[in-house]
Design a protein around this ligand. Structure first.
Ligand SMILES: Nc1ncnc2c1ncn2[C@@H]1O[C@H](COP(=O)(O)OP(=O)(O)OP(=O)(O)O)[C@@H](O)[C@H]1O
Length: 581
């Protein structure tokens, strides 16, 4: 936390100075008021005759004090808000940067909902904590000590009455915080749960409606929401007890002050102004204690949130950058050397003994039953995950030795799941290469077989894509994702089941155009359909995490049983594909 506060230390000191000014002015008021009553109105120094000149003079001083106090409070507020907003902003930026450097398993470990809660709600809590701390801590501390000091000055007896009430006040606050603190942690975790459900449900609303699961999801959300409300109410109940107890304590003190004060007035050793000032100081003290309670609540919440943020800020990225900047002699060569891979937290090997060499410019088809490890294998090339053993080399260099950005600059990937952004079609394509000209965008869309449908839309390339591409068909989304990858000047292009929503003719045109326009790029095509892979230089057949055969279509037809079985099961499609050629 110090790291974030340090740059604003001067501002914080100034804010404290303004607050001291405000509180000092507040503390002077009751004494002045007492003087106005005793000397001005009651004329205690003028044989009982009211001194109106003194009342006007002291009244003007009092107004000046109020104005100075208000200016101090105003400036303090501006400085404090400025500091807390800037600190929150910096924390948000740092957390975002750190999250961007996390590996996929690290993101999974936190959960998207929790990361969003930490970046939003937790940062707001920390901001509130910082501003309350600077503002209320100083104000409350000064008010408490100042009020007690002035009470002793008015009459030591009054000071002792207030001091005797203090152990009860502190005991009451300590008890409440001890009870409430664990609940603050719980509240944040329950907010995580709610955010997770909300995120899943809003993103998957179409599926929820399609499966008529609205009621189930409502119940699931309701349960999480109820749990949160229950904890919130528990916390509120704890603090709801506190205010009346504090009020009771302080009114008892006021009662005692009036009791002893009236006796002193009767005995002629005190005045009504003194009693009034003592009561005002007690009220100021009560308010200070009540804000202290609030401060403790916000500090406890803020600290719980800060702890959750720290976990993000102090989590080291799992994938450590290598030193290599990606300048190689060859472009697009890939080698798997004895690679094995398991997902973190899983003992089950997903890939075993993978040995494979892919030459620059080659087109490789990757096929096999669902779940056999095809995506896992291609994910190792971009270093989305690290191998468990063995090596993956890109252009002769182990991917772990690359600077991650330099490595990924060489590779364009079209993932199985299409993610488009809420910008224009042109900008979605340009995402792969922000420097690309309008002409390049159109040329790439033509390769991806997207130009025709884009041209038919009302605004063409300037048409907005709605969130997650919900205004496009599955095949259109896939084609835009392909265009986004192809526009990137990469040596390697990976299609991970990227054309599953395209008909065979469109798919065939796409690969033909790609081979013509980008002959030098190495292409890896993961697909289930043999028709998709027939033009590949080599087809790699996988089964249960292992490579069981490598060869061209005709070779595999005569030597690989698994390939033959897949061929037989897709015979209808094959005929259609032959017709396309
Ligand atoms: N993030 C993950 N954590 C743990 N296990 C995973 C993860 N992703 C995939 N798996 C498991 O790893 C295995 C291989 O998955 P992978 O996605 O590589 O298969 P695939 O051949 O690409 O499948 P498909 O053709 O269905 O896309 C599967 O058994 C899957 O359950």
């Amino acid at each position: 936390m110090w790291k974030y506060i340090k740059p604003y230390l001067l501002f914080a000191i100034l804010a404290v100075c303004f607050m001291i000014t405000e509180v000092s002015m507040d503390l002077l008021q009751p004494s002045l008021m007492s003087q106005i009553i005793d000397e001005g109105v009651m004329g205690s120094h003028n044989q009982g005759n009211p001194d109106l000149d003194l009342v006007v003079k002291l009244g003007l001083i009092m107004i000046s004090i109020i104005v100075i106090g208000a200016i101090g409070g105003f400036l303090n507020n501006i400085f404090v808000q400025n500091i807390s907003q800037r600190i929150g902003n910096k924390m948000r930026q740092d957390s975002f940067k750190r999250i961007m450097s996390f590996s996929f398993p690290q993101i999974d470990q936190f959960g998207t909902g929790s990361l969003v809660t930490r970046m939003t709600n937790d940062i707001t809590q920390v901001q509130a904590y910082i501003s309350m701390f600077i503002r209320t801590m100083v104000r409350t501390g000064m008010m408490m000590f100042g009020s007690i000091f002035f009470m002793f000055r008015l009459d030591p007896k009054f000071g002792w009455i207030v001091l005797c009430a203090f152990p009860f006040v502190i005991g009451c606050i300590a008890l409440c915080l001890w009870k409430a603190n664990p609940l603050f942690d719980k509240l944040q975790r329950q907010l995580d749960d709610i955010n997770n459900i909300m995120q899943e449900d809003i993103a998957g609303i179409r599926m929820i409606k399609a499966c008529v699961r609205e009621v189930y999801e409502k119940i699931r959300f309701g349960k999480a929401n109820d749990a949160l409300i229950k904890t919130q109410l528990k916390t509120l109940m704890i603090f709801a007890f506190m205010n009346p107890i504090m009020n009771m304590l302080m009114y008892s003190v006021i009662g005692l002050l009036i009791h002893f004060g009236s006796k002193d007035i009767a005995a002629g050793v005190s005045s009504p102004g003194t009693i009034m000032a003592a009561i005002t100081y007690t009220t100021q003290l009560l308010n200070a204690i009540l804000s202290l309670v609030m401060l403790f609540q916000i500090v406890s919440k803020g600290l719980a949130s800060w702890h959750r943020l720290r976990v993000i800020l102090e989590t080291e990225p799992e994938l450590v950058d290598g030193a290599f900047n990606g300048q190689t002699l060859t472009n697009g060569a890939i080698t798997f050397e004895d690679v094995a891979f398991s997902f973190p937290d899983s003992q089950q090997p997903v890939l075993k003994q993978i040995n494979l060499t892919i030459n620059p410019g080659e087109t490789i088809g990757l096929m096999g039953a669902t779940g056999c490890g095809k995506s896992s294998l291609v994910n190792l090339i971009s270093r989305f995950y690290d191998v468990t053993s063995g090596r993956v080399l890109v252009d002769g260099v182990d991917v772990r030795e690359y600077q991650q950005q330099a490595l990924r600059q060489k590779i364009a990937v079209v993932l199985q799941k299409t993610d488009l952004f809420n910008v224009t079609i042109a900008d979605n394509i340009r995402w792969g290469n922000p420097q690309a000209s309008d002409e390049e965008v159109v040329d790439t869309a033509k390769i991806a077989q997207a130009h025709a449908f884009i041209s038919e839309t009302e605004n063409g390339y300037q048409n907005m894509v709605t969130e997650r591409g919900s205004n496009l068909s599955g095949g259109q989304k896939q084609r835009l994702s392909i265009a986004r990858a192809v526009i990137k000047p990469a040596d390697i292009i990976i299609f991970d089941d990227a054309t599953s929503a395209l008909d065979l003719s469109t798919e065939s045109n796409l690969y033909q155009a790609l081979n013509q326009q980008r002959p030098e790029s190495t292409k890896i095509i993961v697909a289930q359909r043999i028709a998709t892979l027939r033009q590949a230089n080599k087809i790699v057949v996988m089964d249960q995490g292992q490579i069981v055969a490598i060869g061209a279509h005709d070779e595999l037809m005569s030597s690989c049983d698994i390939y033959q079985d897949i061929y037989q099961s897709q015979l209808g499609e094959e005929d259609e594909a032959n017709e396309q050629h």
